[in-house]
Every structure is written in C-alpha cells, then in structure tokens.
Design a protein around this ligand. Structure first.
Ligand code: AMP
Length: 281
C-alpha cells in the first residue's frame, strides 16, 4: 500500500488513475481507525475502482481548549487496518504540508453551522469545511464517503459541495455501533470502564425517542424533556445539547411531521461524545 505525505505526489498519483479512465473514492479520517471507519472504506470499494483514505488530525477544527494534542494516533496500526479492507493508498500529510507558512484561506459554510456542535465549538466547521475542500482539490475524488454519526458535518460538506459546484459526490454511511449500541468513535478510548457503561445512555435515549414518536408523540418539547430526564439520571454524563432538527436545514422543530433528526452531544467526564438518530413520524 502507498503512503503519500506530499501534496504534489498525491496529485500525480490521482492524475494517473484518472488518465486510465478509472474512478476514485476518498474516505477522509483523523486516524485511530475503528470498525466504523473500516465500514466507510468497504463502502468506498463498492463505489469506485480505487479507494484512498486520508489521515490528518486537522488542527483548524480544534478549539484552543480541545483535545488536539492528546487525540489518539497510531499510524502503524491504521496502515494495517486500512490495507486489510483493500485501501490502496493513504494520504498522510503533515500540518506544514496542509497549512504552510502564510496560509490564509478558509471556507465558511453559514447557517447550518450555527446550531448543534457549531454553537459550542466556534470555528469547528470552518476547519472541517476548509480541510475537506483542500482534500477534494488534492485528491480529486469521484465520490467521498462520510459517516452519519457526524450528522452536522455531513450536512455541512453537502452544502459546501453544492454551493461551490464541486464535482465530488458525497455518500452518507450509517453509524456503526458497538454491540451495546454506543456509536464507535476514536474518542471512546478516553472512557474509563464505568464511563463507557454510562455512555450507553446516548443510544438508549435515541431509541426511547424513536419509540415515543412511533407511539404517536410528535411534540418535540415532550420528547426532549424525557430525553433530558434519562440523561440527567446517569452519573457523570452532562448534556451539551439535545435537539430535534429538520434533516436538511438542521433548524429546530416544534413538531415532527415527517422526518426529523434527534442530535445529542454530552460530556462523559472530560470526553465529549455525539450521536444522532432519524425519527420517523
Ligand atoms: P473521524 O476520524 O472521527 O474524523 O471520522 C472520519 C469519518 O468516519 C467521518 O466521516 C465520520 O463520520 C466517520 N465515522 C466515525 N465514526 C463512525 C461510526 N461509528 N459509524 C460510521 N461512520 C463513522
């Protein structure tokens, strides 16, 4: 498997693929790969002739007091895992390669970045949109796979690709969960065994919300209230937000008429976890 750290080398690699008339799928990641990431890569293999992944812990999407320095990293392990699912090439640039001296350009997607994670993590989606725009320009993929786990991120990337007329097709992949329902995340590594058990409340409240909607409860205030109660009864879990939003605009809804997305962010001890689920009326 090829590991490319240089932007020009990456562009040349991709040019060869396109010159052969073959297609390419990109799976952007921050590494410390888990089964959720690998599932995105397997999906990529069904979509294109070649799958490239990027591993880049993007500093511009971390706030000053967030976990950039401690974010888990293990490139040797990632390389083996990616190879095991048929990835042909890893783009693994350094920070200087992506943001050299004098770097000054950022992509700002408005409106849908304001609520949910955007409210508590100012600048986060500016960093995400910027790095994805750069990755799309460097790797020129026919398609890119993103996880529904990061629902707002997916919506932001779709908006950017539409608004800036990018040629890449964005594919959404369902959230991959542990056996007890906890959404897989590189950050789960931070959890103590007890915190790990408490964190399963995220999945439980999402299922509870789905059941309430199925039973005819369409008032989002009532569903949010039950959700908040259950989370508050769990030790060490502190709510950042609990929202029920429109699936595309991410605007908060009063009533669920057709489809809605329940999105959650909590802190379990110092670790911030997010999850979401579609609610069907
Ligand atoms: P990250 O490395 O956390 O930036 O994630 C890279 C990609 O993997 C993003 O598109 C995420 O949405 C996706 N992803 C992360 N965890 C999961 C999961 N449990 N299920 C599905 N996709 C995921």
């Amino acid at each position: 498997m090829d590991v490319i750290t240089d932007v020009h080398d990456m562009k040349a690699y991709v040019r060869e693929i396109h010159a052969m008339g073959e297609t390419l799928c990109l799976v952007p990641t921050m590494g410390y790969l888990h089964e959720g990431h690998l599932d995105l890569m397997r999906r990529g293999r069904t979509l294109a002739d070649h799958v490239i992944i990027s591993i880049f812990v993007n500093p511009t999407q971390f706030g000053p007091h967030e976990d950039l320095d401690t974010y888990p990293r293990d490139f040797a392990r990632d390389e083996k895992l990616a190879e095991s699912v048929g990835v042909e090439c890893i783009f693994f640039p350094g920070v200087q390669e992506m943001y050299p001296q004098g770097y000054a350009t950022y992509v700002n997607v408005e409106q849908i970045t304001e609520g949910l994670c955007g409210a508590g993590r100012p600048g986060h989606f500016r960093g995400v949109a910027t790095v994805c725009a750069k990755l799309f320009n460097i790797c020129d993929p026919d398609c890119a796979v993103f996880g529904e786990k990061d629902y707002q991120q997916l919506a932001v990337i779709r908006r950017m690709v539409d608004d800036l007329n990018m040629r890449v097709q964005i594919i959404a992949h369902p959230t991959v969960r542990e056996a007890d329902g906890l959404a897989m995340s590189s950050r789960n590594k931070y959890l103590s065994p007890e915190q790990r058990r408490n964190a399963t409340v995220l999945n439980r409240v999402l299922i509870q919300a789905q059941e309430l909607v199925k039973a005819g409860e369409h008032d989002t205030a009532a569903i949010r209230q039950k959700t908040i109660e259950l989370i508050r009864s769990t030790p060490e879990v502190v709510i950042d937000y609990v929202e029920i939003v429109h699936p595309e605009t991410l605007a908060c809804l009063d009533m669920i008429e057709d489809q809605a997305v329940m999105a959650l962010a909590v802190k379990v001890g110092p670790t911030r976890l997010i999850d979401n689920m579609t609610l069907e009326a």
